[in-house]
Design a protein around this ligand. Sequence first.
Ligand SMILES: Nc1nc2c(ncn2[C@@H]2O[C@H](COP(=O)(O)OP(=O)(O)OP(=O)(O)O)[C@@H](O)[C@H]2O)c(=O)[nH]1
Ligand SMILES: [Mg+2]
Ligand SMILES: [Zn+2]
Length: 295
Amino acid sequence: MQGRVITAYGRHFMVKLSDGTIRQSYMKGKKTGVCVGDYVRVALQGNEEARIEEVLERQNLLYRSDEMRSKQFAANVDQLLIVVAVQPTFSDDLLSRAIVGARSAHIDPIILLNKVDLIEDYPQAKERLSIYAQLGIPIIEISTLDANQLKTQLLPLLQDKTSLLFGQSAMGKSSILNVLVPEAKAHTQEYSVALGTGKHTTTTTSLYELPDIQGYLIDSPGFQSFGLRHLGQSEVALGFPEFSEFVEQCKFYNCTHLHEPGCGVLRALNEGIISTKRHEMYERILLECTAPEKY
Ligand SMILES: Nc1nc2c(ncn2[C@@H]2O[C@H](COP(=O)(O)OP(=O)(O)OP(=O)(O)O)[C@@H](O)[C@H]2O)c(=O)[nH]1
Ligand SMILES: [Mg+2]
Ligand SMILES: [Zn+2]
């Protein structure tokens, strides 16, 4: 039987089977490599459990890799909903990394600016996002305090897709989920009670079916770092779409756009067409990717 992984607790997974039932599942072997969003083939074990026999081919996989380890976020994701809030302040660095991570995995990024009801700090947040708007990344301004409005804005975008709510802690990812999938709240609370955390913060990635439309929404724990060491130079550059028209002018086909003579990107940078801040971000991510492994 086939199914889709809806959540993972260490080595254990919950799999929603094609007949609509949900089973606790496990996978044999040392390194599991199964993650939320995966389509799997399972063998039923008794009437409660299932064993994952095979992970079916992935359309894509969003993951990060730092110096010490790599971590899978989710598989088979159509779009990344990067949630930033008016308050607390979001990190430009993490936002840019999320965009690079998405594009390199062929996932479309959309920025959700949440908590626009906090009008005092709203103008500053909007201003900080203008650079991403110029890149052509959709930015949708929302507040979970207005549930009807939020649904009107988001549901059409979520139709027929698997979307991943992604971002730093306290940006409001789970609050958005709870508006769109009211029954999710019970699940989350149950889990934090069981763990005795008693906090709102999300500790596991989980996939939910949207009740009103066809589509899936994944909530994930807030992240504080997003290493991109697994990417090559051209993949990093994909996250900087404003470079592309100038890359064509580079003298060397394997130009890294850091120091080469005749580099179209550096020329555009000098002319103020490409933002210094963005180029610095590119350099930082690229140097991290090409740095030798540390032991
Ligand atoms: N004013 C305001 N507060 C909001 C809004 N959305 C969420 N919040 C509050 O922001 C806080 C954090 O919300 P969560 O939904 O738990 O944030 P999260 O992104 O899921 O956080 P993690 O699970 O830790 O990653 C909560 O206290 C929410 O009540 C909003 O639109 N406006
Ligand atoms: Mg959360
Ligand atoms: Zn160049």
